[in-house]
Design a protein around this ligand. Structure first.
Ligand SMILES: Cc1cc2nc3c(=O)[nH]c(=O)nc-3n(C[C@H](O)[C@H](O)[C@H](O)COP(=O)(O)OP(=O)(O)OC[C@H]3O[C@@H](n4cnc5c(N)ncnc54)[C@H](O)[C@@H]3O)c2cc1C
Length: 411
């Protein structure tokens, strides 16, 4: 199934050839390189640098590839690529795609100069791979982004910003070359008083705090980032000071100030995160289907029992439904259509919940084997759970969809 644009009817499920070609190429890497390495890196709980190197060598981990897919005209470039990578393994795939969140935070709101200066060092090159990290969450500010305490203070005399605070649960936190930080510049304005800052490579005062030991996506590094008098030049304020000052002035006058910095980034990346979840769900569906054809009990393949076939039917329908919501949201985002009905949140909610349910059903279909580490479905189940938590929990997505549906300020 595929989506594209056909001139004669204005609507089509035909995927364009460039996207299919890219999908097959990424799938080959996921199948041949990522899948075979998945169990090892899950156990090691470390960033899989050798896999990143292999991906960088073929151009799959690169700014070029990311930019090309992000700007792909149908909007399907990123969702299709991410689905394949996460079909391979979610932990390794998050190590390959985590930089994207930081890149979007800069490219979505930054100036051309900022993109030219700071996007390349987020990716590095095949001989010297680098990562980016996006740091919004804090120990006391997860869903409640307005509660961010990290402070950014401007020193006019030296045209620099001084950042202080602690960021939590940061993907690539402390091991990234470039960190993108959401901080409060005017706490009295709550979330409207926040701005985003780039911390260039090697800036003193930024360090890694504790590294988290996780339930799933263990090949992806998650850690605290400590900011202790981190001084960055004025040009590191994403979007520039003039724009920030105008926005703050509008807010103080009680006018509309546009979207909160972190929320804008999360909204842009929601279809991409939904696609990650679809990839994990599809992996589990395919594995359970194949297993059900081979496993014989009571003299017949278990897939021939209605109980298992119905489960597979529900799983198939759920994965396709999640993918269609994801592609709709990605297409809308690319066409710059606003998510009036919270279409991005719908995709993230349904895909995340689907990944958890389908991977759980896959364990059930594999029975005892499914519960062991000799089979990948238990890992996929652990991995899937993250999709109901990060980049807005399922409850937060429901709040957003509920607000869109009712027009009320649902809390
Ligand atoms: C592996 C991993 C990687 C991450 N990567 C990053 C990253 O790179 N950058 C980054 O900035 N953050 C990152 N995060 C943080 C992530 O976005 C937060 O964990 C998430 O937003 C939830 O925040 P919290 O953990 O503080 O949960 P809380 O906000 O404390 O929520 C706890 C529970 O309360 C519910 N809840 C809270 N408020 C409401 C409400 N108003 N209505 C209904 N229910 C509510 C939540 O849905 C949840 O079930 C990552 C997290 C993890 C686990």
């Amino acid at each position: 199934m595929s989506v594209g644009v056909q001139a004669d009817c204005g609507f089509s499920f035909e995927m364009n050839p460039a996207v299919t070609e890219m999908r097959d190429w990424v799938h080959g890497f996921a199948r041949d390189v990522i899948r075979p390495a998945a169990a090892e890196w899950d156990e090691r709980e470390e960033t899989p640098w050798p896999i990143l190197e292999q991906a960088a060598k073929i151009g799959l981990y690169s700014l070029d590839f990311f930019a090309q897919q992000w700007l792909e005209p149908s909007g399907l470039g990123i969702p299709v690529a991410w689905e394949e990578l996460f079909w391979g393994d979610a932990g390794i795939a998050l190590s390959l795609t985590g930089t994207g969140l930081a890149a979007v935070a800069v490219s979505g709101n930054g100036t051309h100069e900022q993109m030219a200066e700071f996007l390349p060092p987020m990716f590095g090159d095949a001989d010297d791979i680098k990562l980016g990290a996006f740091c919004a969450s804090e120990p006391n500010a997860g869903s409640d982004v307005a509660a961010i305490r990290t402070r950014a203070v401007y020193r006019e005399s030296s045209d620099e910003w001084v950042l202080n605070g602690v960021k939590s649960w940061v993907t690539n936190g402390g091991i990234a070359n470039v960190h993108v930080i959401v901080a409060s510049v005017d706490p009295a304005l709550g979330s409207r008083g926040q701005a985003t800052f780039i911390v260039p490579p090697g800036t003193p005062g930024l360090s890694q705090g504790q590294k988290f030991r996780k339930h799933g996506i263990r090949a992806s590094h998650t850690a605290e980032v400590v900011l202790d008098d981190v001084r960055v030049p004025g040009r590191c304020l994403v979007g520039g000071k003039e724009r920030l000052d105008e926005r703050l002035a509008r807010t103080r006058e009680g006018g509309k100030a546009g979207q909160q910095a972190a929320m804008k980034t999360f909204e842009a990346t929601r279809p991409a995160v939904a696609a990650m979840a679809v990839g994990v769900a599809r992996a589990a569906l395919e594995y359970a289907r194949d297993y059900s054809l081979e496993r014989v009990q009571f003299g017949q393949p278990i897939g021939q029992t209605q109980a298992i076939a119905f489960m597979l039917a529900d799983m198939s329908a759920a994965v396709d439904a999640a993918r269609l919501l994801t592609w709709r949201a990605a297409w809308m985002a690319r066409q710059r259509k606003p998510f009036i009905h919270a279409e991005g949140s719908m995709a993230k909610l349904v895909a995340g919940e689907t990944a958890v349910r389908v991977t759980e059903q896959a364990i059930q279909i594999l029975g005892g084997n499914g519960y062991t580490r000799d089979y990948p479905v238990e890992r996929w189940h652990r991995d899937a759970k993250i999709f109901t938590i990060f980049e807005g929990t399922s409850e937060i997505q429901r709040l957003i969809i509920g607000r869109a549906a009712t027009g009320l300020d649902v809390r």
